[in-house]
Design a protein around this ligand. Structure first.
Ligand code: C2E
Ligand code: MG
Ligand code: MG
Length: 558
């Protein structure tokens, strides 16, 4: 039997207080640098301090209670080397004198123990970063929540998602992505105290639990530390990476009383942080960002804004980089309050979407933008393209392509004069439906652009499945591309891959001549940004291109 051949045997004579070890037992102990003597004390001295009392107790019980010994413990050699052993034994008694000997076996179970530890580690820890995984996090979260329920204390969680990480992975490869994640894990650990658990949920998503907090100030401090730390450049293979993250926080018990709700709310808050440009902490609020009163006011205002004619469209020029010609303009909505103040779309589009008001507003935008385009043609512009942002709700409407046909008929512009912008986030919500609607729109002859590309979870691979014409690179990549090697590499990657897929590329947020020149060198097709023109009313846009026409070039000077 393998067991007996591998087991060592020992025999402790209680009257002489000496232990005899057989050859196998000696070899086993020597392998751990334990000098084997007959003195029981010398063996006991080699037992790991944390295991000593349990072993002593097992021996005591076998003498007093006749209980057989079965225990697992660590034996530590003089050089610090450690093995795990399983020790079994039983007491032999004499009817007159009682216990006389204890005999038993000794088995080396080091390998079994390390396998066990590995399995536990695999089940509870993330292989890439070594951080706890979702499972361990949830166990600790539930435990901490139960503790807080007992003592009436507060706790919180952070959901941390790296900004624009997906595109780093896609353009620079998974190996670079993995290395970055390992570095991020280290940076996060350095910012979050040991008493708090930090786990990786998967991808570029991390979660932190603060099992006990006094006030939200503590959380803001940690978030500041994290954001500051991430802003330090990470150098990998000679390239500098600048990272940032969006953080969402939710609190127990004020936001949620169970772990799932708490995580879901932190996720909502994180997404809101991301939509506001990332690199920030946001707390979960019932209306996420919009205060109750403000929201009610805004909602009733928004309902009336259409009939009161308070919406205006501004148009931002798009310039072809190859020729310098004006390609067209993107229609961007603004809401002008009776006070004259302009409300930016970021502030009211989310509410318009939430309340469904985006449907009539979107129809108005489409109609108005196409009419403006008609006028530009009348004013001498040669086949301009007007780009219109489409919200996911408009897109979900069954008759959206029919609406587009109608607007084209009513305004009399050609389908090729209209480009519809959808976001990557929206495209992946319901892929099958997206593909079907896009195909119908392509059949009509309008162009389709994917907007804000690079900040979400979609990938270039996915674009292959969508019938698209234009890809718009998110401004966040353009802002630093001339001083940040990784951003430039990403932009180059996006341009190359887009061209491979037959898509034209528009870079958004071009603010400097240096960016324009670099984009031109990289083969980018078009640009849109403050450098070549801010969003402006239609009349001003007419003046903009007419001044170029009268200069005899009808081109931007590039
Ligand atoms: P978007 O479609 O990605 O529009 C581009 C945004 O970038 C615009 O902000 C524009 O003003 C800004 N931008 C352009 N060039 C530069 C630059 O060089 N530097 C900087 N810092 N920013 C630049 P805006 O007008 O505030 O619009 C924000 C978002 O609101 C739009 O992002 C779009 O998603 C949404 N939106 C605007 N109009 C409409 C609309 O009619 N319908 C819908 N559904 N959404 C709209
Ligand atoms: Mg857009
Ligand atoms: Mg955009």
């Amino acid at each position: 039997m393998a067991r007996t051949t591998n087991d060592g045997i020992w025999d402790w004579n209680l009257s002489t207080n000496k232990i005899e070890w057989n050859v196998r037992a000696r070899t086993m102990l020597r392998s751990a640098s334990v000098s084997v003597t007959e003195a029981p004390r010398s063996f006991l001295a080699h037992i790991h301090p944390e295991d000593q009392s349990a072993v002593r107790e097992a021996f005591r019980k076998t003498i007093t209670n006749h209980a057989p010994i079965q225990c697992e413990f660590r034996v530590v050699g003089s050089n610090g080397h450690q093995i795990w052993v399983y020790l079994a034994g039983d007491c032999i008694r004499d009817t007159s004198t009682g216990a006389v000997r204890i005999i038993g076996s000794l088995t080396d179970i080091t390998e079994k123990k390390s396998n066990e530890a590995r399995i536990i580690h695999m089940a509870y820890y993330d292989a890439l970063t070594g951080l706890p995984n979702r499972l361990l996090f949830q166990e600790r979260l539930r435990k901490a929540m139960a503790d807080r329920e007992q003592d009436g204390g507060k706790m919180a969680i952070f959901l941390i998602d790296l900004d624009r990480f997906k595109i780093v992975n896609d353009t620079l490869g998974h190996q670079v992505g993995d290395m970055l994640l390992v570095r991020v894990a280290e940076m996060l650990k350095a910012c979050v105290g040991d008493e708090n658990t930090i786990a990786r949920l998967g991808g570029d998503e991390f979660i932190v639990m603060f099992p006990s907090i006094e006030s939200e100030d503590e959380l803001s401090e940690v978030a500041d530390r994290v954001l500051l730390k991430l802003s330090e450049p990470v150098v990998l293979e000679g390239t500098k990476f600048y990272l940032s993250a969006s953080i969402g926080a939710s609190l127990y018990p004020s936001h949620g009383a169970d772990s799932e709700t708490l995580i879901k709310f932190a996720d909502l808050a994180m997404y809101q942080s991301k939509r506001s440009g990332g690199n920030r902490l946001g707390y979960y609020t019932e209306n996420l960002g919009v205060q109750q009163v403000e929201r009610v006011n805004m909602e009733s205002g928004l309902r009336l804004a259409l009939e009161r004619g308070e919406f205006v469209l501004h148009y931002q020029p798009q310039i072809s980089l190859a020729t310098g010609e004006i390609y067209g303009a993107e229609a961007l909505i603004r809401w002008q309050l009776p006070s004259g103040k302009f409300v930016q779309p970021g502030e009211f589009i989310p509410l318009a979407e939430e309340t469904g008001l985006i449907i009539p507003i979107g129809e108005w935008v489409l109609d108005k933008a196409c009419k403006a385009c008609k006028q530009w043609i009348a004013e001498g512009m040669d086949s301009p393209v007007v780009s219109v942002n489409i919200s996911s709700q408009q897109f979900q409407q069954g008759d959206f392509p029919e609406l587009v046909r109608q607007v084209l008929r009513n305004t009399g512009i050609q389908p090729r004069n209209l480009c519809l912008e959808i976001t990557e986030h929206m495209a992946v919500l319901n892929m099958e439906h997206t593909i079907q609607v896009l195909n119908e729109l392509v059949d009509i002859g309008v162009r389709i652009a994917i907007d804000d590309f690079g900040i979400g979870q979609s990938s270039l691979v996915l674009l292959k499945r969508l019938p698209l014409h234009v890809l718009k690179i998110d401004p966040s990549f353009i802002f630093h591309m001339t001083d940040n090697g990784s951003d430039e590499a990403i932009v180059r990657g996006i341009i190359e891959m887009s061209h491979g897929l037959g898509l034209a590329v528009t870079a958004e947020g071009v603010e400097t001549e240096a960016q324009l020149i670099r984009l031109q060198q990289l083969g980018c097709d078009r640009i849109q940004g403050y450098y070549t023109g801010r969003p402006m009313p239609s009349e001003q846009f007419i003046g903009y291109f007419q001044s170029l026409i009268s200069a005899g070039t009808s081109r931007w000077r590039i």
